[in-house]
Design a protein around this ligand. Structure first.
Ligand code: ATP
Length: 780
């Protein structure tokens, strides 16, 4: 038998073995894995090909154990949704096919290399010796690698494939496959990550591709090679031989993904080499050790390698979320990444990425804010979804404050409410700035304290009852129109300025309490007379942190702060409380004295885990800068006017109910309406839908009135031809929203916000007023 025949047979056997090894049985049959001709097509061509393969899609849509709801979606009659759904599945299908193709090609290449052995890597500069695979096989692997990308996205902001790994704030290495003489590794580097140098696997022939991001690779193995690779469809593949010391750095602002294929031959997967980069044989490179082990080790807790490709690529419909929408469903082994703290469940039980689920389900009620949702999920929610031990291992703490800012009516309040609801938090406490302000001295601050009181009381009760505060639900505290409350201190003139400054201070004090001040010593209150002669209710927190102050200095500073800034919050800090005399403590009538070892530190820290403060404003520029510092409202997300795609999503959201009840004409096109509503905010679009429905309701009422009065169903009361035509049918005896209704609504509802974020209504009123004044002047 010629070499080619042998290798072809080996390839065929290899493919079968590979399929079994990768658990491909339950996946779409081989005719849905791309043929070599199809593989030579461009990605869009492949997409088109898959689109025509309806059987494959349906199999994928309704996998064993899949919910009927997923299949039902096809029959929902909602063509937009159906189209979106199909696109999503086509993309998933493509990704899965591409990945499986890669595995098959690698397996074939590894099978061809069965006779080759990597040289011993003892020297640390190992090379794969001799012939290891046929050139065409290598080319196939390279082609397959080139097709891989984690960045394909589905509809409505659902991130697919590996992008959920981008939630990690730490570099991660994920073993996607291991066995059959090769491994496939995914390295995920958060923006700016520069993990310590390490050696790649010894003796491995490696092919790496940057799937996303801009990555610098520095190799130092006798010679120094600096290679910077930005992801493009034509990104060159790094082709290297194992053993050299290497450092990767993510130079981009997005997460970078690097996919590597490592061929290690028959002798099995080599260990990561964590010896010092200088080549010292015994001396371990502790830094690299930590990185490498924290990656796979974290992943071992998160998702036992090798990951099931299905796990990584699965991202379908309603299974994970209580409200539907696209969610990432991870069928994992014990303790998969982002399990929402449920690690260690039954092996087959579906587990979901809590953060991704929340993000995706938010998209079902908040439209046009995909990027914002992604940022919120990554920066605010992701850590809350991590199991406590993983979070501790990564050394990350929760973000406690989120600021949503932007023009009015674009969904800030809606987003905050929905966020609280989806986080299964206690009912959110939502107050608006002007509501908090009070004419009575000290009352506004009391209201602020009351907002935080529930979280604190619940925590106390839980601790007293011997419970674990970590199990407590989250408290979300939302301040709408924050600019009315938290203007830059000292920026306001007049009698109210002291009160407002004091409210800012109170909020800061509470947020800092939530941050968990170390070494909190004393807290109390005092009535002080400010320069302007008004009495203020001072909240005083004394923190022992800096030894720079002596007792008198502390006292003077506290008084000085209170007096000179009209600032009713005085903060004194010292590490040497013993140096303090009694004066500050008595003068400020401190009710409590805590020290470092006191439980109260833990108290504040734990409360902080269970509280999220969300501020909302149209005028971020007016806010006190202290409020925006890290540890306070540290994540600021701009919520803009929706673009066309966003408007389409918002319209679909607001019409969803009426549509699902079959009350909207098929001719009503969200896409068309979106193209005609440039400059509309989310609130305007909601108003437009309400207006259109109001016309339909009026027509319906007229119809019923006519029937009731004359017993004859003739819609003479409306000139709308669509309604006339349909008046006979039983179905249209109900409300029916038509294109004509929207045409009328468009004449009635206008954009309320200018591009610069101002309310047009106000400007219009002002314009009218000035016209009236001018007229009056002319008349007089
Ligand atoms: N992105 C959106 N998706 C869906 N509905 C939206 C969106 N934005 C606004 N809406 C609709 O408009 C209403 C008002 O929006 P919301 O109060 O959240 O805006 P806002 O940005 O907080 O405005 P303001 O700054 O005036 O407080 C919402 O209840 C919702 O019905």
């Amino acid at each position: 038998m010629g070499r080619h025949a042998v290798t072809a047979a080996a390839a065929a056997i290899g493919a079968v073995v590979t399929c079994k090894a990768f658990g491909l049985q339950s996946l779409p049959s081989h005719d849905h894995v791309l043929s070599s001709r199809q593989r030579s097509m461009s990605a869009p061509q492949q997409l088109r090909h898959i689109k025509t393969s309806r059987t494959a899609l349906c199999r994928w849509c309704a996998p064993p154990g899949g919910t009927p709801a997923v299949a039902e979606k096809h029959d929902s009659g909602d063509s937009d949704l159906q189209e979106e759904h199909e696109q999503l599945h086509q993309q998933q299908q493509l990704q899965l096919n591409v990945f499986h193709q890669l595995l098959q090609d690698c397996q074939t290449a590894a099978d061809y290399a069965a006779t080759a052995e990597p040289a011993d890597a003892g020297s640390g500069s190992s090379e794969w010796s001799g012939f290891w695979t046929a050139e065409p096989k290598l080319q196939q692997v390279l082609d397959s690698l080139q097709q891989c990308s984690p960045a394909w996205r589905g509809g409505r902001g659902a991130s697919l494939a590996w992008s959920w790994l981008g939630l990690s704030t730490m570099p991660l290495r994920v073993m996607l496959h291991q066995g059959g003489g090769f491994g496939v590794l995914l390295t995920v580097l958060p923006p700016g990550a520069k993990p310590p140098a390490h050696r790649p696997m010894i003796g491995a022939h490696m092919l790496s591709i940057v799937c996303q991001g801009d990555v610098e690779q520095v190799k130092a193995n006798g010679q120094r090679i600096i290679n910077r690779t930005r992801h493009t469809p034509e990104t060159p593949i790094w082709n290297s031989f194992g053993g050299g010391v290497r450092r990767l750095a993510n130079m981009s602002v997005t997460t970078a993904y690097i996919l590597e294929v490592l061929f290690y031959g028959k002798r099995g997967p080599p260990e990561y080499d964590t010896r010092a980069p200088d080549g010292g044989a015994a001396e371990r490179n502790a830094e690299a050790d930590e990185f490498i082990l924290s990656g796979p080790r974290a992943m071992a807790t998160l998702s036992a390698p090798p990951c099931d490709p299905e796990v990584l690529f699965r991202s379908v419909g309603e299974e994970g979320g209580d409200e539907g929408g696209e969610v990432l469903v991870i069928r994992g082994r014990e303790g998969s990444l982002l399990l929402g703290g449920q690690g260690g469940g039954a092996a087959a039980a579906p587990v979901t990425s809590a953060a991704a689920v929340v993000g995706a389900s938010l998209a079902t009620s908040v439209g046009g804010l995909d990027t914002q949702l992604e940022e919120i999920v990554r920066r605010v929610l992701a850590t809350r979804a991590l199991p406590a031990d993983v979070r501790q291992a990564l050394g990350v703490s929760h973000v406690r404050g989120l600021l949503l800012y932007g023009p009015p009516g674009c969904g800030k309040t809606l987003l905050a409410r929905e966020l609280a609801r989806r986080l299964k938090a206690r009912p959110p406490q939502l107050v608006s700035g002007p509501e908090v302000l009070d004419k009575w001295v000290g009352e506004a601050e009391r209201k602020v304290r009351a907002l935080f009181a529930a979280a604190e009381e619940e925590h106390e009760r839980c601790v007293r009852g011997g419970g674990d505060p970590a199990d407590l639900p989250l408290h979300v505290i939302c301040f709408d129109e924050l600019d009315a409350l938290c203007r830059t201190r000292g920026s306001l003139l007049g009698d109210t300025s002291g009160v407002r400054d004091s409210v800012v201070n109170q909020i800061l004090a509470k947020m800092d309490g939530l941050v968990g001040l170390q070494n909190l010593v004393s807290g109390g209150t005092k009535w002080v007379t400010c320069r302007n002669g008004f009495c203020c209710h001072a909240v005083v927190v004394l923190v022992t942190r800096y030894s720079a102050f002596g007792a008198s200095v502390v006292l003077a500073k506290m008084d000085g702060l209170v007096m000179s800034l009209q600032n009713p919050l005085a903060v004194g800090m010292t590490e040497r409380r013993d140096l303090l005399d009694a004066a500050p403590l008595t003068d400020y009538s401190f009710a409590h004295q805590y020290n470092q070892s006191d439980q109260h530190d833990a108290h504040f820290n734990t409360i902080s885990m269970r509280a999220l403060v969300v501020g909302m404003t149209n005028r971020r520029d007016l806010l006190d800068a202290a409020l925006l510092r890290p540890g306070r409202l540290e994540v600021a997300v701009f919520v803009p006017l929706p673009d066309e795609q966003g408007r389409r999503q918002i319209l679909a959201i607001h019409l969803r109910q009426a549509r699902s009840s079959g009350l909207v004409d098929d001719d009503v096109s969200d896409a068309l309406l979106a193209s005609r509503t440039a400059g509309f905010s989310g609130a305007d679009l909601a108003g437009l839908v309400r207006s259109a429905i109001s016309f339909a309701v009026a027509r319906w009422q007229d119809l019923h009135f006519t029937r009731a009065a004359g017993g004859v169903a003739i819609a003479t009361s409306t000139s709308d031809s669509t309604a006339n035509e349909s008046a006979d049918s039983a179905a249209t005896a109900g409300v029916r929203v038509t294109v004509a209704d929207f045409e009328r609504a468009l004449l009635e509802v206008e954009p309320s916000v200018s591009d610069s974020g101002e309310r047009l209504g106000v400007r219009r009123r002002l314009r009218n007023m000035s016209k009236a004044v001018a007229k009056g002047l002319q008349g007089s």
